[in-house]
Design a protein around this ligand. Structure first.
Ligand code: MG
Length: 527
């Protein structure tokens, strides 16, 4: 039965509606700011790193994290039609990383790895049957894990998060319980509250009943709603949460108007910057977009040559410009590390409503490059010199990197590495290897320019079918970035070298039980 359920959930984020009717609330403080597109001039070519790092003992940190944005979806990463001048400016004045990875090809585990610096298989924040957290999750982000926000609070940082969490919606799992002073955002994906459809647990029970006809009808209705999204089809909740002297203050607006999600996250972020100009802060801005269903505000409807998906990405780009302008206005731009990246590759199953992985193979859900290699930009005017970097880095390294920059402790970030020598100078990235996990299983491993696949499998619902390779497939990613030509037979010494690296990787790793699949086990237990 478990195998059967697993197969049914391979559609993964074929989500479920959960319409908890809660009284709408309005938080006026976040409605006042306006969107401003900011572009700056070019910084000096040569940088006195020692001088700058000495001058900035506690830099501000801004991490912007798009949802399902593909490697090929930005102007600076080669998209011919989607215009992203603000992100491109950050890339031109800072470092554009060509070989930057997330630790998982789907939302929840990827986000967990960014925030903890730990592989999802180590923390348990992954799933083999249930790939991400769904609404009404009884578990969620565990107290035993340390977030970057918690670590930075130890160093006097103000911490604000404005956007998608996706690490549990129970009160104990919310961002304000894990290091963020304040949070405004949707607790999971923006398609998880389908109006008029069964909720997650009802869908699991339907799958267990074997009524495939009814299930097919549900998915057909939902596919039509993804392709032509209307506000009334989705009832996502927008949470407003903050830490108070007495505990926490939470309220929920449901359904929220998804056409305003990017705009309101931006307004909240710029307001946060203005309120914290005189003390170090960590701003985490994980956009709900361009995850389907795609929604953008009126001003962006029909603006892009790239269709609705292009409109949504261009609205995010303007948001990035507004954040940069707010940093400039607050007088802290040169004291701020800005990172822009994405949580996983494009959701190819969504056809024109999804993005592109550019020249990379495949997309979200897979361990081909298109699933896990994401656009990444680092900007810190006056400190990071302009450069295109093709060293390996990972979102999992941000914890260690940031803590090093603030003079803190990164011991909890077991799998993260400190990228600051590469960001601030010309030393090579300390990361020369990258494991590729799908759920709890190691599918592939990269060392230097070489990548070895032990198992290959297409994105959710798409070819190629899962294949375990008796002779692993080897690709040279620099000569063959699209993973087209298997050269394992002509490079047996490289295959052996990577197999030895995998053995060493496994020796240092205890795989924790899946926290996501625990819910399925509970549902299947005899009542
Ligand atoms: Mg995602």
């Amino acid at each position: 039965m478990l195998k059967h359920i697993t197969r049914l959930f391979r559609g993964e984020e074929m989500q479920v509606m959960n319409y908890r009717r809660l009284l709408p609330t309005v938080w006026l403080g976040f409605l006042s700011a306006s969107l401003l597109a900011g572009c700056g001039g070019s910084p000096e070519k040569s940088v006195d790193v020692a001088r700058n790092t000495a001058a900035v003992a506690k830099p501000n940190v801004v991490i912007m994290f798009a949802d399902d944005l593909g490697y090929g979806d930005l102007g600076s990463f080669g998209h011919p039609y989607i215009r992203t001048p603000n992100i491109d400016t950050l890339a031109a004045e800072g470092q554009r990383w060509t070989d930057f990875y997330v630790a998982a090809p789907v939302c929840s585990p990827s986000r967990a790895a960014l925030l903890t610096g730990r592989l999802p298989v180590r923390s348990g924040l992954y799933g083999n049957a249930i790939r991400v957290f769904f609404p009404d999750e009884p578990g969620g982000f565990p107290d035993t894990e340390v977030t970057l926000a918690e670590a930075l609070k130890e160093h006097g940082y103000a911490t604000g998060m404005f956007g998608k969490w996706h690490l549990g919606d129970a009160p104990h799992a919310l961002p304000t319980r894990h290091g963020f002073d304040e949070w405004v955002g949707v607790p999971y994906s923006n398609d998880m509250n389908w109006v008029g459809e069964p909720d997650f647990e009802a869908l699991v029970k339907l799958n267990m009943s074997g009524d495939l006809e009814q299930r097919a009808a549900i998915y057909a209705r939902r596919a039509a709603k993804y392709a032509a999204p209307e506000k009334e089809h989705f009832a996502a909740p927008l949470f407003f949460s903050k830490v108070t002297p007495d505990g926490f203050e939470d309220s929920v607006e449901q359904p929220t108007d998804q056409t305003l999600l990017t705009q309101r996250a931006t307004a909240a972020a710029t307001d946060f910057i203005q309120r914290h100009a005189d003390k170090p802060f960590f701003l985490y801005l994980p956009y709900s977009m361009p995850h389907t269903p795609l929604f953008r505000s009126e001003a962006f409807a029909g603006r892009s040559l790239g269709g609705r998906y292009g409109d949504v990405v261009e609205e995010i780009d303007v948001s990035v410009g507004a954040v940069r302008e707010a940093l400039t206005q607050a007088g802290v731009l040169e004291n701020t590390l800005i990172v822009f990246t994405s949580d996983n590759g494009p959701w190819l199953f969504m056809r024109e409503e999804g993005g592109l992985s550019g020249l990379l193979r495949d997309g979200k859900g897979t361990t081909f490059e298109g699933g896990v290699r994401v656009p990444a930009v680092f900007s810190w005017p006056g400190t990071i010199a302009p450069e295109v970097v093709s060293d390996i880095g990972s979102a999992m390294d941000l914890f260690s990197t940031v803590m090093t920059l603030v003079g803190g402790d990164a011991a909890s970030a077991t799998d993260g590495l400190d990228l600051s020598p590469r960001l601030l100078g010309s030393a090579p990235s300390p990361r020369n290897e990258m494991p590729y996990y799908r759920g709890g299983v190691l599918y592939a491993y990269r060392k230097g320019p070489w990548k070895l696949h032990f198992i290959t499998e297409g994105a959710y619902g798409l070819a190629p079918a899962k294949q375990e390779h008796t002779v692993p497939q080897l690709f040279h990613l620099q000569r063959d970035p699209a993973e087209r030509f298997d050269v394992a037979l002509s490079h047996p010494e490289v295959v052996s070298d990577i197999q030895a690296a995998v053995t060493a990787h496994r020796e240092g790793l205890t795989i924790a039980p899946s926290l996501f699949d625990a819910r399925l086990a509970a549902l299947m237990a005899p009542q």
